[in-house]
Each structure stands twice: as structure tokens, then as C-alpha cells.
Design a protein around this ligand. Structure first.
Ligand code: ATP
Length: 513
């Protein structure tokens, strides 16, 4: 997937009503987006797929919907007040703000690893089929030099960040002579920590005590409700609590469309287990979540990435990465969070947050394995994977290009379009309306009579509608219609009475399990 494909994707999202820039009439608000009519349908379908897989398919997982605002102590206990920071640096000439760690990482990528890659490519051409990349990387002095340099810089960056030695991060930026991409100058401020939580003020309480945060993750709403949910549902460990909801992060650098937003949605599940059993469940969820993705995306576009640097509360963590048009990036995180969160809330609230395990006659603070996926990132992955341009024969048998969204039928925003062959023939339109009025009870349907049939097909292709039904003069005689399938372009004659059953079967979420 190329940058060009990404540009097409962004403009397709706008042109066909999937995603709009927020407040576009005022030139937009950076890193905030609105979902349009087809976007919100697709988003709802992704949510439904997740909810089905996580909550409804597991007897021991229940769902909640917690508020965005939480008691400010929540964020003290979770560590977000003190440690949810990114290191930032400003360029004094352009006044642009950057993530200091990303400036260094980009330098490594562009100025060091790219050079190694170029050498490797040259050698590949020179040696042809005999080329052994691994051997070349470990024997060619120039390539070894670049790789060694990349490793030295990355290790130093990670050590400085871990030790909170921001002065050294600044020194590194200066030593590498990194310039501001905007102004080209190296006139930098010091590196400072920047807290990513948005805050607001409660009207009735002045000062610090009334300071509220917009939640930066949905997980804490689950942790503070652990006992409420466990007691009211009588769940026994191991069990999970799931939730879908908005989260907010004041990202310093927000780009790549809906990949990194300041307001976004998460789908998170916290699975509570007996201490000591976390590894087993970590492995279970690692497999289960990958399977969920593979039902939608091709296996080669997905991979695991183990975290080398673990957060202070985690004893294992990995990302499921997706091959976005700009490279493999995190789509979902799976974290073994130990008893950190429940333990911290227990301590700060002074309330006992423990589970009484009848099997061992003991109370304990459960351990947690978390699965956390960004809904918007899943949306982007789905669109990126589904949007294709292809050459197909048109009505006259000539080649023509079509843009088609080959999204899984269960996720498609519209399942079926009902199209009378001609707009100004009342017998056809009233028959079509009658069919449409019946089908819309079963699934998302669209009635369209404007323009030639070929153009209407193309419009449905562009929004990913898996089936088009055409009502022609024969339909009036024998109660049959033509059904056209989006991907194969196959057309078939079927009885009107069978449409509902045929389409329902194909668009049902069952086919994803
Ligand atoms: P990243 O390293 O990309 O900033 P993260 O490791 O901070 O992500 P988590 O805190 O693990 O992310 O959040 C869980 C999931 O929420 C991520 O896998 C991602 O899909 C999603 N997510 C996180 N931040 C954003 C954002 N700013 N915009 C959209 N989705 C996000």
C-alpha cells in the first residue's frame, strides 16, 4: 500500500460521506473528525462485531457503559496525573511543537536505516537470486555501521527516557544535528514533559479540587466498577468486563488522518484472573484477538509486536499491528497489567477491592489481562484493506475502472440497494418501493432510482454495498428480480420472496465466527 493509496482513501472517505474534518467550515480542528452517514454505519457495525465477539459470545464477559468524567483521584491512582506524559520540544523559529522521542526515531529511520536499506537493495540487484540478506547485514562493513549506529541511538534514547533524563534527550537531538522540518533551524527549547490529559473545571468547586479530566482511556471506568459488576452479575473469576467509549488525549503530534486523534473511541476488555494465571490468559487473548482480526483482514497484513520496554505495572505486553498505508503500526494492545490498577484504587480510596474466591476460601486482588483496541484505527484498517480500484468489463464488454469498497458484508454500511430499472415508469418504481419497504425491516437498505443503472451500481460499489436488486419489466410478470453481487459482479435471477433470506444469510455476522 502506498502513500498514493492513502491519499485516495482520505478523499474517498470525504467524497462518499464516511469521514469529514471536524468544524470544516472554520477550516477544521486538527486531529478531530466527524463520521458521516456511511462512516457511522460502518463504525456501528464494527462495534457490533466486537461486542458480539467479546460480550455475547462469552458467558463470562459482561459489558458496561461508564461515564467519561470520573473522580479526579481515579487518575492519580492510575498514574495518569504523574506519568501520562510525552517528551516535547519546541522550535523557537517555526514555533512548532514536536515529540522529542519521535524526532530522534524519525532521524534513525530516515537518515540511518534508509541508507542501510539502499545498500541492501543495491546488493540485491547485483547478486540476483544468490543474495542472502541476513549474511549481507552481518558482513558488509557499511551496512553493519549503519545498523550499529541506529542501535546506539535507540538505546541511548530509551535509557534517557526511562531515567527521565530529558537533558540528554536534548543533547542527543543537538548531537545528531536534527533540524525542524518546518523552519530548517536547530534553535530548540529544552525538552519538557507534557501531560496528555485534557482537563476542565467543575462549575461548583473552585481550584484544584474541582479539576476534572476527560478520560484518556476507558479502562479505569471498568476498574472502579469491578465490585459493583462482580456482585450484581455473580461472576466468578476468571471473568471479564467490556466497554466501548470515547477517550481523549492531547496528542502533541497528531497526523495520519484518524490513526492518531485527540478524541477517539476505544473498545476495551479487562479480564480478571487469579494471580499466577495471567500468563495463560495472556496467551489465550493473544490468539483470540488475532483470530478476530483475521476474520476481517488478510493474515499477511497483521503481525504481533512484543513490547521490549514494559510499563511499570505490566508483566507482559504486545501489540497487534496492521499494515496501514504508512507501514505496520499498532492497532490493538494486549497487556498483562498485574494487580496494579485494582491495587492502586484500593489504596487511594481506602476501600477493600478484592475478590473472595470460594474455591480456595481466600480473598485477593485479581490480576488483569487487558485487550484494548482503537475503534477508529480499526475503521481505518478496514477501509484501507477494502478500498480497491480495478478493471472490470462494462455493459458493452469494454474495460472500465471501478472503485469498490470490498468490505465484509457483515460490516458494510448498506447491505442491499433496490433499483427500479427506469425512474419514470410508475409500475417499476412502485414495485421497487414495495420491495424496499419490506427489506428495510431486516437490514440497512437503500432505494435509488436516479441515473442509468450502471452509474447506480458504481455508486453502491463505492460505499461497499454487497447486493443490488434490479426491478425490470419481467419482475412485473413473474415476481423475480436480478441480484448483483458486488465482488464477483455475478448477476442472478431470483424470486422476490427469496431476497430477504438470501441477503440476510450473507450479511449475517455469523459468517465471521
Ligand atoms: P500509540 O503508541 O499509538 O500512541 P498507545 O500505546 O498509547 O498507542 P494504548 O494506550 O495502548 O495506545 O491504547 C489502546 C489503543 O487505543 C491503541 O492500540 C490504539 O488503537 C488506540 N489509540 C490510542 N491512542 C489513540 C489516538 N490518539 N487516536 C486513535 N486511537 C488511539
Amino acid at each position: 500500500m502506498s502513500e498514493d493509496h492513502f491519499k485516495k482513501l482520505v478523499s474517498h472517505c470525504k467524497e462518499y460521506g464516511f469521514i469529514f474534518q471536524s468544524s470544516e467550515v472554520y477550516d477544521g480542528l486538527a486531529a478531530v473528525y466527524d463520521y458521516g452517514p456511511y462512516g457511522s454505519e460502518l463504525k456501528n457495525n464494527i462495534k457490533a462485531y466486537w461486542w458480539k465477539a467479546m460480550v455475547q459470545m462469552h458467558e463470562n464477559i459482561v459489558g458496561i457503559d461508564a461515564a467519561i468524567f470520573m473522580h479526579p483521584k481515579t487518575w492519580k491512582a492510575s498514574g495518569h496525573v504523574d506519568a501520562f506524559n510525552d517528551p516535547m520540544i519546541d522550535n523557537k523559529d517555526s514555533k512548532k511543537r514536536y515529540r522529542a522521542d519521535q524526532l530522534v526515531e524519525e532521524y534513525v529511520e530516515r537518515k540511518v536505516l534508509k541508507k542501510a536499506e539502499k545498500e541492501i537493495e543495491k546488493a540485491r540487484k547485483r547478486f540476483g537470486d544468490d543474495f542472502d540478506e541476513e549474511q549481507y547485514k552481518t558482513t558488509n562493513p557499511r551496512v553493519m555501521g549503519y545498523l550499529e549506529k541506529a542501535k546506539t541511538i535507540t538505546t541511548r534514547l530509551n535509557t534517557s527516557l526511562t531515567n527521565e533524563d530529558l537533558e540528554d534527550v536534548k543533547n542527543l537531538i543537538e548531537e545528531l544535528e536534527i533540524a525542524c522540518p518546518e523552519s530548517g533551524s536547530r534553535n530548540w527549547t529544552e525538552v519538557r514533559q507534557f501531560n496528555l490529559m485534557f482537563n476542565t473545571q467543575l462549575g461548583t468547586i473552585a481550584g484544584e479540587a474541582g479539576k476534572l479530566y476527560l478520560r484518556p482511556e476507558t479502562a479505569q471506568g471498568i476498574f472502579v466498577n469491578f465490585l459493583n459488576v462482580q456482585k450484581t452479575t455473580r461472576q466468578k473469576i476468571p471473568f471479564g468486563i467490556a466497554q466501548i467509549g470515547k477517550a481523549f488525549r492531547n496528542e502533541i503530534v497528531a497526523r495520519q488522518f484518524i490513526f492518531r486523534m485527540r478524541e477517539f473511541e476505544q473498545m476495551e476488555m479487562q479480564f480478571f484472573v487469579k494471580p499466577g494465571e495471567q500468563q495463560k490468559w495472556y496467551e489465550y487473548w493473544k490468539e483470540a484477538r488475532m483470530k478476530w482480526h483475521q476474520a476481517i483482514h488478510p493474515a499477511e497484513a497483521l503481525r504481533y509486536h512484543d513490547h521490549e520496554k514494559l510499563a511499570h505495572y505490566a508483566d507482559a505486553a504486545l501489540d497487534i499491528e496492521f499494515q496501514f498505508p504508512f507501514g505496520f503500526r499498532e492497532l490493538e494492545g494486549i497487556h498483562s497489567r498485574t494487580d496494579f490498577d485494582l491495587g492502586a484504587h484500593q489504596e487511594l480510596s481506602g476501600r477493600k477491592i478484592q475478590y473472595f474466591d470460594p474455591e480456595i476460601n481466600e480473598s485477593y486482588v485479581p490480576y488483569v489481562v487487558e485487550t484494548s483496541i482503537g475503534l477508529d484505527r480499526m475503521f481505518l484498517a478496514t477501509m484501507a484493506n477494502a478500498l480497491v480500484e480495478e478493471t472490470v468489463p462494462d455493459a458493452d464488454g469494454k474495460d472500465s475502472t471501478r472503485t469498490v469498497l470490498k468490505v465484509h458484508p457483515a460490516l458494510a454500511p448498506v447491505k442491499c440497494a433496490v433499483l427500479p430499472l427506469l425512474k419514470n415508469k410508475e409500475e417499476l418504481t412502485s414495485k421497487a418501493r414495495e420491495i424496499f419497504d419490506r427489506l428495510k425491516l431486516s437490514f440497512a437498505c437503500q432505494y435509488d432510482e436516479k441515473d442509468a443503472i450502471g452509474r447506480r451500481y458504481r455508486r453502491q460499489d463505492a460505499i461497499g454495498t454487497p447486493f443490488c436488486i434490479t426491478i425490470d419489466f419481467d419482475s412485473l410478470e413473474d415476481d423475480t428480480v436480478t441480484i448483483r453481487e458486488r465482488d464477483s459482479l455475478q448477476q442472478e435471477r431470483i424470486a422476490i420472496a427469496d431476497i430477504d433470506k438470501i441477503v440476510s444469510e450473507r450479511v449475517n455476522m455469523k459468517s465471521l465466527f
